[in-house]
Design a protein around this ligand. Structure first.
Ligand SMILES: [Zn+2]
Length: 115
C-alpha cells in the first residue's frame, strides 16, 4: 500500500468516527414534533415507531464505530487493506468506498450470498 493512500484512508476513518461520535446538533432528530396536546393513540404509535428507528440507527452506528476502530488498529499493526479471509490486498476501489472493509468483495459475498 502506498503511504499516501494509507494517510487518506486514515483521515476518512477519523472523520467518519468524529461524525458518529459527535453528530451535528441541527440534524433531523432535533426537529420539534408537531402534534396537538391531546396525544391520541395514533401519535403514540408513531412515537414508538420513531423510537425503534432511533434504536436501530444507533446500533448500526456502534457497529460501524467498532469497524472503524478495528481498521485503525490494523493500520497500527501494518495489516490494513489485506483481506482477513484470503490474505489478498483489498482492491483500492473498495477501500475508497468502504475504508473500514475487512474483506475483499469476493470473500464478503461468499459470506452473505444473498446480500
Ligand atoms: Zn478475500
Amino acid at each position: 500500500m502506498v503511504p499516501g493512500d494509507l494517510q487518506r484512508y486514515k483521515k476518512r476513518l477519523l472523520e467518519k468516527q468524529q461524525e458518529l461520535l459527535f453528530p451535528e446538533p441541527d440534524g433531523d432528530t432535533a426537529v420539534p414534533r408537531a402534534g396537538g396536546p391531546e396525544g391520541d393513540l395514533i401519535d403514540q404509535a408513531n412515537a414508538d415507531a420513531e423510537a425503534e428507528l432511533q434504536i436501530s440507527l444507533h446500533q448500526a452506528d456502534s457497529h460501524l464505530l467498532r469497524a472503524i476502530d478495528e481498521a485503525l488498529a490494523r493500520m497500527r499493526h501494518g495489516t490494513y487493506g489485506v483481506c482477513e479471509v484470503c490474505q489478498q490486498p483489498i482492491p483500492k476501489v473498495r477501500l475508497e468506498a468502504v475504508p473500514w472493509a475487512r474483506r475483499c468483495r469476493d470473500c464478503k459475498e461468499q459470506e452473505h450470498p444473498a446480500a
